[in-house]
Design a protein around this ligand. Structure first.
Ligand code: ADP
Length: 167
């Protein structure tokens, strides 16, 4: 039986922490689908197409053999549609735990055929999040240690245009 997993998220934008989790996940499963959430209440900085293109380029450049897709609606339904047996999530610090615990148990309540597994990134990425990267980018700080070069460029462009339109 082929073991598939889905690694869902907003990826707004993808960071080296996400890539670390993807690389680890792909050693455990026959197939890993990175699933970018189309329904997002978080009002993302990048459009769905931009986020998709950035993830695709990053996994291609780093030769991480995962599939990249977009999903709509309820995650557990999508996981079942894909015939996957697991959801992969990243755990950074205790602060992630409560939310992830709630999410995992709720997903299990909806479909108990699907397990959630948590992977911890390399220690240097434990403090890294898309939000902090956006905040540093917005303030004109260096993000090259946290994201692939094309994402750094995209962040610079986004905030340059923002700052120009404010002038
Ligand atoms: P979501 O909106 O679903 O939380 P994110 O793109 O922020 O989407 O995160 C997707 C998953 O990746 C989450 O499980 C999150 O905990 C994990 N993640 C994000 N950044 C890191 C990181 N630096 N190291 C490990 N896991 C991470």
């Amino acid at each position: 039986m082929m073991r598939k997993a889905v690694y869902p998220g907003s990826f707004d934008p993808i960071t080296n922490g996400h890539l670390d989790v993807m690389a680890r996940a792909q050693t455990l499963f026959d197939e890993v689908i990175v699933a970018i959430a189309a329904d997002n209440t978080k009002s993302p900085l990048f459009t769905l197409d931009e986020r998709l293109a950035m993830v695709q380029q990053a996994v291609k450049e780093q030769k991480i053999p995962v599939k990249v897709k977009v999903f709509n609606g309820l995650l557990v339904n999508y996981v079942a549609e894909e015939g996957a047996c697991a959801i992969v999530r990243g755990l950074r610090a205790v602060s992630d735990f409560e939310f992830e615990f709630q999410l995992a148990l709720m997903n299990r309540k909806i479909n108990d055929q699907v397990e959630t597994i948590f992977l911890m990134p390399r220690d240097t990425y434990t403090y890294l999040s898309s939000s902090i990267v956006k905040e540093i980018g917005r303030l004109g700080g260096p993000v090259s240690a946290f994201v692939p070069p094309h994402v750094e460029t995209a962040l610079k462009r986004r905030f340059e245009t923002d700052n120009q339109s404010k002038k």
